[in-house]
Write a protein that binds this ligand. Structure first.
Ligand SMILES: NC(=O)c1ccc[n+]([C@@H]2O[C@H](COP(=O)([O-])OP(=O)(O)OC[C@H]3O[C@@H](n4cnc5c(N)ncnc54)[C@H](O)[C@@H]3O)[C@@H](O)[C@H]2O)c1
Length: 433
C-alpha cells in the first residue's frame, strides 16, 4: 500500500497526523539508525522508510554483528548510510535521534539499555525482552534516562484488532469475564521458526515471548489491565528431535528429496544476499533443519493468564497445522464477541460476530488477516511511531515500555511455569515493576 492509499484509507485522523508531522519535521527528517539489518530491519522497516518516509525519516547508520549483512542491507536499500559492527561507534559517528532495534530477541535489551545511556530514544521490535533480568535492566535504565521507548506492536494496527478495541471500549458485550484465544501456525510459517535462530530458547525466549508477546499485548491493551499470574504447559511434539532423519540445513541435506520441509533459500534473491552471501562472517544458516536435536522451544503451548481486573485468558499456540489463523472470543456480562480468521484451501472462516440480547450478527468489518494486512499494519505502525508523540491517539495505539514489559513478562512467566511443571508464576515475583 502506498502512503497516498494509506492516508485515503484511514481518513481524517491519519491526514491530521500527517499535517502535524509536516509542521514538526526537522530538516531532512528524524535521524534514525538501525541495529539488526536482517529481514525485519531491512525488508520491512528499512524499505518502507526509504519508499514512504522520505523527508520525514533519514537513515543515518546501519549496524549488525554481521558486517557483511549490514553492507548487503545498505545495497538492498540503495542508500549511502555508513555501516558498523559496533553500536557505540555508530551512535558516536552518526548522532541519531532514535535507534530502531531489530536484532534477535534476546539481544534487544542490550541495545535498549545502551541507547538510553547514550541519550537516544528507542524504537524496538517485540518482544521487548526474553527474561526477567533483561526486563529489570530495561526498566531501571528507562527510569534513569527519561528517554522514550516505543515498542512496535504492529498487531494492534490490524483492522480486526482495532475494531475489537473500539467495541470493548464501548462495552458492546458488557464487562469482559473471560477470553478464549488460539493461534494457528501452519507448516510453512510455523516451521520457519524451527529453521531459524528462534529454535533456541536462549535466542527467542520460546514462541511464548517471540510470537505470543503480540497476543499478550493485545489482551493487555484491549482490557486496559495487566497480567497477575500465569500457568502453562508446553511440549515439543512435532519438530526438533521428532523425526527419524535430519541434516544441518536444507542446501547440503542428503534427505532433501524426501523431506516435506526442504526449502530452497536461493530462490529468494533478497534472502540469498542477506543470509547466504553473509554466512562466512557468522556461520548463521537461515535454512536450518527443522529437525535439529538441540531445538529447545515448544511447538505446542497452552497458557492461562489471570488479569488484575479478574479476567481469565485461555490461550493456545500450535505450530504444525494445515492452516494459519487466529481466533479470539470475548465472554462478557452482556454477550459474546468472536473474531475468527482461519482457513485452508477452499475454506475460510473470517468474521467478527457480535452476539447479545438474543441476536447474533456478523459485523461488516474485516477481521484483519486478509492478504496484505501485515503490510498495512506495518505502515500504520510506522505512521504512528514516526509521527509527533503528542498527536491524536484515540484508541491508545502507542505502546510504551510498560506495554513491552508486561507482554514479554507474560511469555516469560509462561515458559517459567512450563519449566516448573505447570506451577503458577506471579508476574510480581519476576520483576520489581
Ligand atoms: N512485528 C512483527 O511483525 C515482526 C516480524 C518479524 C520479526 N520481528 C522482530 O524483528 C526482530 C528481527 O527478526 P528478523 O526476522 O529480522 O531476524 P533476522 O535473523 O533476519 O535479523 C536479525 C539480525 O540481527 C543481527 N544480530 C544478531 N545478534 C546481534 C547482536 N548481538 N548485535 C547486532 N546484531 C545482531 C543478525 O545478524 C541479523 O542480521 C526480532 O526481534 C523479531 O521478533 C517482528
Amino acid at each position: 500500500m502506498t502512503r497516498r492509499r494509506f492516508v485515503g484509507a484511514t481518513g481524517g485522523v491519519a491526514a491530521a497526523i500527517a499535517l502535524q508531522q509536516a509542521s514538526a519535521m526537522t530538516p531532512g527528517g528524524l535521524r534514525l539508525a538501525i541495529v539488526g539489518t536482517g529481514d525485519r530491519g531491512i525488508l520491512d522497516w528499512g524499505s518502507s522508510i526509504v519508499q514512504s518516509f522520505q523527508g520525514r525519516v533519514r537513515l543515518v547508520g546501519l549496524c549488525d554483528i554481521n558486517g557483511l549483512r549490514a553492507k548487503a542491507a545498505r545495497e538492498l536499500l540503495g542508500i549511502d548510510a555508513p555501516t558498523f559492527t559496533e553500536f557505540d561507534a555508530m551512535v558516536a559517528q552518526t548522532k541519531p535521534e532514535s535507534v530502531l532495534i531489530t536484532t534477535i530477541d534476546a539481544t534487544h535489551w542490550r541495545y535498549v539499555v545502551r541507547a538510553l545511556e547514550l541519550g537516544v530514544d528507542v524504537i524496538v521490535e517485540k518482544p521487548l525482552c526474553t527474561d526477567e533480568q533483561q526486563c529489570q535492566r530495561i526498566l531501571e535504565a528507562q527510569k534513569k534516562s527519561g528517554r522514550r521507548i516505543t515498542v512496535a506492536f504492529n498487531a494492534r494496527h490490524e483492522a480486526g484488532a482495532s475494531r475489537v478495541k473500539q467495541l470493548l471500549t464501548e462495552q458492546a458485550v458488557g464487562g469482559i469475564v473471560s477470553i478464549e484465544a488460539h493461534e494457528y501456525l501452519n507448516t510453512t510459517h510455523g516451521a520457519d521458526y524451527f529453521r531459524r535462530w528462534h529454535h533456541l530458547k536462549e535466542n527467542s525466549g520460546t514462541l511464548l515471548c517471540h510470537k505470543a508477546s503480540h497476543h499478550f499485548d493485545l489482551v493487555n491493551w484491549w482490557l486496559e489491565s495487566r497480567p497477575v499470574e500465569v500457568s502453562a504447559w508446553g511440549e515439543l511434539s512435532f519438530y526438533g528431535r521428532n523425526n527419524p532423519f535430519r541434516g544441518t540445513h536444507c542446501r547440503s541435506c542428503p534427505h532433501k528429496g524426501k523431506c516435506a520441509f526442504a526449502w530452497d533459500i536461493n530462490k529468494n534473491d533478497a534472502y540469498r544476499k542477506l543470509y547466504v552471501e553473509c554466512e562466512s562472517e557468522d556461520g548463521y544458516l537461515r535454512d536450518g533443519c527443522v529437525w535439529r536435536e538441540d531445538t529447545n522451544i515448544y511447538d505446542t503451548m497452552s497458557v492461562r493468564v489471570r488479569y488484575a481486573n479478574g479476567v481469565i485468558l485461555t490461550f493456545t499456540v500450535d505450530t504444525y497445522l494445515p492452516y494459519e489463523g487466529l481466533s479470539f472470543s470475548f465472554n462478557g456480562t452482556a454477550g459474546r464477541l468472536d473474531m475468527h480468521d482461519f482457513g485452508a484451501a477452499g475454506y475460510r472462516n473470517q468474521e467478527l460476530r457480535l452476539t447479545r440480547g438474543g441476536s447474533s450478527q456478523v459485523l461488516p468489518e474485516r477481521t484483519g488477516r486478509a492478504a496484505g494486512e501485515h503490510v498495512d499494519a506495518d505502515l500504520s505502525t510506522q505512521e504512528l511511531v514516526f509521527g509527533p508523540q503528542s498527536g491524536p491517539d484515540p484508541l491508545h495505539m502507542r505502546a510504551d515500555v510498560a506495554a513491552g514489559a508486561l507482554s514479554s513478562l507474560t511469555g516469560i512467566a509462561a515458559y517459567r511455569s512450563i519449566e516448573r511443571g505447570g506451577a503458577p508464576v506471579k508476574i510480581d515475583d519476576l520483576v520489581r515493576l
